[in-house]
Design a protein around this ligand. Structure first.
Ligand code: FES
Ligand code: FES
Length: 937
């Protein structure tokens, strides 16, 4: 190692010398350059991630002389003569290596974007304290945000790190992968920091692209002299505007509703909408002050609220959409008015939720290059084939001329289903015929990408005096922002789900998605169902209270069964596991209620405890629309198996789960598989990663392809289906009783795919269109679940602390229990954020400092209970879990809040000011009632 003296910054030459991972380096950066940039751009140590460039996310955490620091806040000049350790250097220390192994074993890395920062922060702790307790671990990683895992697996991985061994995992025997807690197949790269995310590769000589965005909620604009701007700015190569879109300047995730231009034409409909893009030398483009860009704005009155947008005099945001209504949804069954009139007991309420930001740790990024009349885009995405089709439309070229190469995705949760950097990259590479790169800043990501829909919901429900649900009347308006995005999906899905997983014979659910001049709302884990559950699950608690029933027993009484019709008239026949979920919670509910009551009876201070419960259901896949997946597998001459599966793994684990399913269907050991993911040039379309469809739909296609390959091998040797197949290097052996056949793979011809045998299968879930009353079969499979939240409220401060969440989910078949628990814990964390802290206000707090998401210290222990009521159609009976996991947490917490202090919050999140105000209001009402009673007396 170099001496400190040798490693000083050389002021004369501008060189900065320091040590990285034990290696002496000298860089020529400006001393004020961020260390994070130096590590990534000059030293190619891209394991250090940049999530915010502001000290808020901790993704860039490195060790500076053994102490964790945010590399984005450290100037290069400050590290001269010092020792830096990044994730790439952790393996050199026994602590770091053990931690990496422990992260793998515990499933502590999902998308992996936070993982380097987490590992580095935890290494710093363990180097000083070999046996930390849970609080010390939480403190140590408290500055590193994770949006996927819910932190519990990370905490456990750190606690267990010292006992973790680096012994490689033993691959399960052929046919025994399903149900095993396998380490994720892409996990090693995540813990070593070698995974390639959107911003981690830059083609040589790439120009930078930067969007110029509207700073107002609504504004007309006129460009100045753009040619002069380019001329006067050496290093700027071009400015692109709407005039430079050669194809159709209109895209959208649902083609029937496509309405979004790449660049606004004359008028920007929301803050953050792009009006132009500057392309040029990276340093010049980065240093550009957007205020110097030649544009004149005329600020126009903006429609920000639902009521303002619906007002008769409101201007139309899209000329063809009357009343600014994008779309309506409707499900009607029975006679809801009569049933409510005849109900023994009714309850009603109005609930509101706000915008919620996805806050994945990886901002959108990628690069593009033009190759002849083809374009290639490498970027983070949840939906490569949808991107391909929209980019083809924008460029006016056939889809086959567009290649989308998905990188690893550092969290998506729905927002990376929509285009972000891709159209800008495509246009710039197309016109300039040079490679181009674009990386969103955190602020740009928050300002311009989609959000969870704010909802305003009104509902009324009725039941008999013995608690049987009779009717629910539900209406909801969703603020869908300036463009359609997934607004139609939310408006269509919510009416199907707003009953919750209960038998409701008389039902009416009407929804509208309404345009405003705010950022487009789109897909976010649950497509509107989490908002609906907040309203409906609180209302059912009110009904249970009114009939004097235990709130859990009320739900069990009304839970859907295999043979009861849903609100769309669907009878599932089997695989309805909601009752089992509630029943699994029953003993825990009773114990928790008792403990909470005991605590409250003894306490004299402001603390009150409460327990809440909520149920959920969620249809896997598109609502009454085709959503096929195609999987191809190929047997190679060396005896290995190529699995082309295009289900994008955004951290949820589809790379591993789909392989587990395919391996068992084929009867091959999982370590025989070579995974080929997502690239549209080499992998068939597996649809988008959304709506909890990948385990179910792509998993089923993988099951079918695996079975098909097995049958093809058996057919070659005329073997019976009972024969066993052994996959070995260069050969396959089929054994049937004493008869053994060998396929010498090296001698067999190759097919057009380059394989000895190829099998390809497509699965499209059987659904039916809904009629005008929303009756039909919208989904082939539903997932079910119920959460119980135990909380403590400080009635004086209005603060809420969640003490524990117990989550029971019917997953059909737990293909990989560790990954499923990871989804549940991550969903709970997002649900907790939605319930207690997260609300995005366009134009305010567009960063991770002001927009708060849960950190490690906010997350309670989560107990997952996996129920396996197999789906008759899912692969090995499996159902989805991704969206399901988030839905019941917020209503369970809000019901616990009511249980603790008797307040019903009509607007979430339940921030301390709102909780305190509601408590005071409730106290005032109680006093008024007492006074009124006194007077009467
Ligand atoms: S990138 Fe440094 S703290 Fe977020
Ligand atoms: S695994 Fe932590 S942000 Fe994705």
């Amino acid at each position: 190692m170099a001496t400190t003296r040798e490693l000083q910054a050389d002021v004369d030459t501008g060189a900065i010398a320091f040590s990285v991972n034990g290696r002496s380096v000298v860089v020529s950066s400006s001393p004020s350059q961020r260390l994070s940039r130096v590590l990534r751009d000059e030293l190619n140590l891209t394991g250090t991630k940049i999530g915010c460039d502001a000290g808020d996310c901790g993704a860039c955490t490195v060790l500076l002389d053994g102490e964790p620091v945010c590399a984005c806040l450290v100037a290069a000049g400050q590290v001269a003569g010092h020792e830096i350790t990044t994730v790439e250097g952790l393996q050199q220390s026994p602590t770091g290596a053990r931690l990496q192994q422990s992260f793998l074993t515990h499933g502590a890395a999902q998308c992996g974007a936070c993982t380097p920062g987490m590992l580095v922060a935890a290494t710093a702790l363990l180097d000083k304290n070999h046996t930390p307790n849970e609080t010390e671990v939480m403190d140590a990683i408290g500055g590193v945000l994770c949006r996927c895992t819910g932190y519990r697996k990370i905490i456990n991985a750190v606690l267990d790190a010292q006992s973790s061994t680096a012994t490689p995992e033993v691959s399960p025997e052929a046919g025994a992968a399903v149900g095993k807690r396998l380490i994720r197949l892409d996990g090693k790269k995540k813990v070593e920091g070698s995974e390639i995310f959107g911003a981690d590769e830059t083609p040589a000589g790439a120009l930078a692209v930067r969007a110029i965005r509207c700073p107002h909620h609504r504004a007309r604009f006129q460009f100045g002299d753009l040619d002069a701007f380019v001329r006067d700015h050496p290093g700027i190569h071009a400015v692109l505007t709407a005039k430079d879109v050669p194809g159709k300047d209109c895209y959208g995730v649902i083609s029937r509703f496509a309405d979004q231009p790449v660049f606004a034409h004359n008028e920007a409909r929301h803050r953050g909408e792009a009006i132009a893009a500057v392309v040029g030398e990276p340093a010049i483009v980065e240093a550009l002050d957007p205020a110097t860009f030649p544009v004149v704005w005329e600020v126009l009155p903006a429609l920000k609220e639902i009521d303002a947008a619906l007002a008769p005099e409101a201007p139309r945001i899209h000329a063809s959409r009357e009343e600014n209504v994008l779309v309506r949804g409707r499900v009607v069954r029975g006679d809801v008015d009569r049933a409510l009139a005849e109900a023994d007991v009714t309850a009603e309420g109005e609930y509101e939720t706000g915008f919620v930001e996805h806050a994945y740790i990886e901002p959108e990024a990628g690069f593009a290059r033009r190759i002849g009349d083809h374009i290639e885009i490498q970027a983070c995405t949840q939906s490569p084939y949808m991107d391909r089709s929209d980019i083809a439309t924008i460029l006016g070229i056939p889809p086959e001329n567009v290649r989308i190469i998905p990188t690893a995705v550092g969290g998506g949760f729905g927002a990376k289903l929509d285009l972000s950097v891709q159209p800008f990259l495509a246009l710039a590479a197309w016109h300039l015929r040079k490679p181009v790169r674009m990386v969103y800043s955190r602020t740009e990501s928050i300002t311009s990408t989609t959000k969870r829909h704010p909802a305003r919901m009104r509902l009324r429900a009725g039941c008999t005096r013995d608690g049987k649900l009779l009717a629910l009347d539900f209406t909801a308006d969703f603020n869908t922002g300036a463009y359609s995005s997934w607004g139609p999906t939310v408006a269509a899905r919510v009416p199907v789900h707003a009953s919750g997983p209960y038998y409701v014979p008389h039902y009416r659910a009407l929804t509208r998605a309404i345009h405003t001049n705010l950022v487009p709302a789109g897909a976010f884990r649950g497509f509107g169902v989490p908002q609906a559950a907040i309203a409906q699950e609180q209302l059912y608690d009110d009904l249970a209270d009114r009939v004097g029933m235990d709130r859990l027993e009320f739900r069990i009484l009304n839970a859907l069964d295999d043979d009861t019709p849903t609100v769309t008239g669907q009878i599932m026949g089997e695989g309805v596991g909601i009752r089992a979920c509630f029943e699994a919670l029953r003993p825990k509910w009773q114990a928790a209620r008792k403990q909470s009551a005991e605590f409250n009876s003894k306490t004299t201070g402001p603390l009150r405890r409460g327990v809440g419960i909520a149920g959920m259901w969620y249809g896997c896949g598109n609502t009454s629309l085709p959503n096929p997946s195609t999987v191809r597998i190929g047997l190679k001459r060396d005896g290995r198996i190529a699995l082309h599966q295009g289900a994008i793994d955004i951290g949820q684990g589809s790379n591993t789960i789909v392989t587990q399913i395919c391996a068992d269907a084929l009867g091959a050991p999982i370590d025989r598989f070579d995974l080929i993911s997502g690239d549209t040039a080499i992998t068939p379309d597996c649809g988008k990663t959304s709506a909890s469809r990948q385990t179910f739909v792509t998993g089923k296609a993988a099951h079918m392809a695996g079975s098909q390959l097995r049958n093809a091998i058996l057919a070659l040797v005329k073997g019976c289906t009972c024969a066993s197949i052994q996959f070995e290097d260069n050969r396959v052996t089929v054994q049937e009783k004493d008869e053994i056949h060998t396929l010498a793979l090296g001698e067999m011809p190759l097919d057009k795919n380059g394989y000895v045998i190829t099998a390809e299968a497509t699965f499209d879930p059987p659904t039916s269109p809904l009629d005008q009353d929303g009756q039909g079969t919208p989904y082939a499979v539903f997932g079910f679940g119920a959460h119980m939240a135990e909380i403590e409220v400080d009635a004086e401060l209005g603060t809420v602390r969640v003490l524990k969440v117990t989550a029971a989910h019917d997953v059909g078949r737990a293909i990989n229990p560790t990954l499923i628990e990871g989804q549940i814990e991550g969903g709970v964390a997002q649900g907790l954020g939605m319930a207690l802290m997260e609300e995005f206000f366009p134009g305010k707090g567009e960063n991770l400092h002001d927009y708060l998401i849960p950190s490690a210290g906010d997350i309670p222990p989560v107990e997952s209970i996996l129920i396996e009521d197999p789906s008759p159609i899912g692969p090995f009976g499996a159902k989805g879990i991704g969206e399901q996991a988030v839905i019941p947490t917020a209503p369970a917490i809000l019901n616990a809040l009511h249980d603790a202090v008797g307040i019903r919050l009509r607007k979430v999140p339940a921030t301390p000011d709102r909780v305190r105000a509601a408590i005071l209001s409730a106290q005032t009402q109680t006093k008024t009632k007492i006074k009124t009673g006194d007077r009467r007396g």
